[in-house]
Design a protein around this ligand. Sequence first.
Ligand code: TYC
Length: 122
Amino acid sequence: MPDIPKQVPTAPEQGPGVVPGREADDGTTILERVPQKTQPPRLYQVLLLNDDFTPMEFVVMVLQEYFRHGLDTATQIMLKIHHEGRGVCGVFTKDVAATKVELVLAASRRAGHPLQCIMEAA
Ligand code: TYC
């Protein structure tokens, strides 16, 4: 049987989750581990806004290609935007939401449509 190495507790290194604690007898400061309180990332809604010029088919294509909706859901979301003025395409972390907005705006401008795409904190 190979020897299993003993787990020896090691001193925490300085960094996140480690704070200076009490002083040891030799005058040195003991570093203590504390639980790290990381928050879940904030989420952002990406929305499309209605306009009078962008073809419905183009909006449905955007919802399928950039937000991975199926044809039925994409059509429902497009019609909601058409009737109510705006609608949520999806909810993402900040970087992903910002990239989606850029990609949708670039595709819309390339196709010559005025479609507006924005992000809002969820
Ligand atoms: N209102 C547009 C039309 O009648 C369709 C449309 C839907 C445009 C949703 C933009 O985000 C939009 N052609």
